[in-house]
Design a protein around this ligand. Structure first.
Ligand code: CS2
Ligand code: MG
Length: 405
C-alpha cells in the first residue's frame, strides 16, 4: 500500500521561547510531527519548509523515508548548512513518526530495538559564584541527575553566556531588540575556571559526572592549557574548546591531554565531522538529531563514529523542541555507541503545547512506548503563544573585537 502525503504545515509557537514544528498528514489521516527549530533563525527554516519543501512533498509516498531524504538533499543542488539540514531533519522526523504510528510501534523498534534499557542524561547547573553553583548542582543531584554540566561567572565580567545570576536555569535567546552584547575576557576565564571546577569536584565527591562547556572561545594553545589544568578534575568531557570548524587544529589539544573532548552541536552533516571522527580527535559527537538532517542522517554519523570508538551525545538544549528530544532518545536507546543525552529541561508552558511520553527517572531518560516518536502537539494551545523575535547574544573581547562563541 502506498501512503501518500496529503498536507504539510508549519507551526510557529512560543510557549516561553520559539519553536518551529512541522506537521505532515497522510491521505489515510496519520499525522507525523517534526521539530525544525533553529535558535534565533526560526523563520528561515519555516520559510524553507513552507515555500520550498512543502510543495514538493505533497503526493509523495510517506513510507519512503530514505528516498525522501536523498530527494531533498541531493535534489536541492545547494547542500548542507543549518537551515537546509534542519528543514530536511524536520521532514525526516515527521516521516519516522508516521511510520511508527502506521505500524503501531515506537520508533526505536524500527531502528533495531533497544540496545540499552535507558538513556543516561546530563543537565545544566549554573551559578555566578561558587556557593551558587554548588547549590545549583545539589538541586540537580536531588532531582536524580547523575551527570551535570557546571558553568560559573568570571570575576570582572558582567555576564557570561550560559550563566544567570541567582537562577538554576537560563534561556539562551533574549526576546526583542537585537542580540545582546557580552564582554569576554579569556585570561580571566582561564585563571578562574580551573579553580571553580577543582572546588566543585572536591565538594561533590568522585561519583557525579561533571561536564564543562567552553563555547568555542579558545585557541588550541589556550584549550590545551585549560584541559591540562583540569586533568585531576576527572571531567566526563570538556565541550567545544575551539571553533568547531577548525578540525585539524584539534590535534594540538588532543596531544596534550586525556580529558575527553566533545564537539559538534553546530555541525549539520557527516562531512562536517568526518575528520574529527576518522582521526579520533573527539570522544563524543554532539550533533543534534534535527540539525543534522534527522534520524536518517544521524544514524550514519553514529555508524561512522562507532568505527572509531566515538560516542553519540546529542545537543539537547531548551531551544530544540520535545519532538527532537524524543527522536534523540529513540536513537539513543537503539544505538550501542551512544554516550549521554543532554537534557536541559523545559519551561512548564512548553508542556501545554507538546505532550510528550518520554520519562525521566534516576538520571536516565526513556522515550516511552507510544507508536511513533511519542510527542503530540496541541494546536489550539500552540496558537495561544505567537512567535516573538528572539536572538542569541554575541560576545566581544575587551577591545571590542567579535569573539567566537
Ligand atoms: C549549549 C547551548 O547546550 C549547550 O551545550 O551550547 O546553550 C547552545 O549554546 C544553544 O543551544 C544555542 O542555541
Ligand atoms: Mg554546548
Amino acid at each position: 500500500m502506498t501512503r501518500l502525503i496529503a498536507s504539510v504545515d508549519v507551526l510557529i509557537t512560543s510557549p516561553s521561547r520559539n519553536f518551529v514544528t512541522l506537521k505532515i498528514t497522510t491521505e489515510d489521516g496519520i499525522v507525523g510531527w517534526g521539530d525544525a527549530t533553529l535558535n534565533g533563525r526560526e523563520l528561515a527554516v519555516a520559510a524553507y519548509l513552507r515555500d520550498h519543501l512543502a510543495p514538493a512533498l505533497i503526493g509523495r509516498d510517506a513510507d519512503r523515508i530514505e528516498d525522501t531524504w536523498q530527494f531533498l538533499y541531493r535534489g536541492a543542488y545547494w547542500r548542507r548548512g543549518p537551515v537546509t539540514m534542519a528543514a530536511i531533519g524536520a521532514v525526516d522526523l515527521a516521516l519516522w513518526d508516521i511510520k511508527g504510528k502506521a505500524l503501531g510501534v515506537p520508533v526505536y523498534q524500527l531502528l533495531g530495538g533497544a540496545a540499552r534499557d535507558k538513556v543516561l542524561t546530563y543537565t545544566h547547573a549554573t551559578g555566578w559564584d561558587l556557593p551558587e553553583l554548588l547549590d545549583s548542582i545539589e538541586r540537580r543531584r536531588e532531582q536524580g541527575f547523575r551527570a551535570v554540566r557546571a558553568q560559573s561567572g568570571v570575576p570582572g565580567l558582567d555576564k557570561v553566556y550560559g550563566v544567570t545570576k541567582g537562577a538554576a536555569s537560563y534561556e539562551p535567546a533574549g526576546r526583542g531588540g537585537g542580540p545582546a552584547e557580552e564582554v569576554w575576557d579569556t585570561s580571566a576565564y582561564l585563571r578562574h575556571a580551573p579553580k571553580v571546577l577543582h572546588a566543585v569536584r572536591e565538594h561533590v565527591g568522585p561519583e557525579l559526572k561533571l561536564l564543562h562547556d567552553v563555547h568555542h572561545r579558545l585557541t588550541p594553545t589556550e584549550a590545551g592549557r585549560l584541559a591540562r589544568s583540569l586533568e585531576d578534575v576527572d571531567l566526563f568531557w570538556l565541550e567545544d574548546v575551539m571553533p568547531a570548524e577548525n578540525q585539524k587544529l584539534l590535534r594540538a589539544v588532543r596531544d596534550q591531554t586525556t580529558v575527553p573532548l566533545a564537539i559538534g552541536e553546530v555541525f549539520n552533516t557527516i562531512w562536517d565531522c568526518e575528520q574529527l571522527l576518522s582521526e579520533r580527535l573527539i570522544d563524543y559527537i554532539r550533533t543534534a538529531v534535527v540539525h543534522a538532517g534527522g534520524i536518517s542522517h544521524v544514524r550514519k554519523i553514529l555508524a561512522l563514529a562507532e568505527v572509531y570508538q566515538v560516542k553519540g551525545a546529542p545537543h539537547g538544549p531548551s531551544d530544540v523542541s520535545p519532538v527532537n528530544l524524543s527522536a534523540s532518545l529513540h536513537v539513543g536507546l537503539a544505538t550501542t555507541n551512544f554516550g549521554i543525552q543532554e537534557y536541559m529541561g523545559y519551561d512548564p508552558l512548553v508542556s501545554e503545547v507538546f505532550r510528550s511520553s518520554f520519562t525521566f527517572e534516576d538520571g536516565y531518560l526513556h522515550p516511552g512506548d507510544e507508536p511513533g516518536l511519542g510527542v503530540e502537539i496541541d494546536e489550539e494551545a500552540a496558537a495561544r503563544f505567537p512567535y516573538s523575535p528572539a536572538f542569541l547574544p554575541i560576545a566581544r573581547d575587551l577591545d571590542g573585537t567579535m569573539k567566537d562563541w
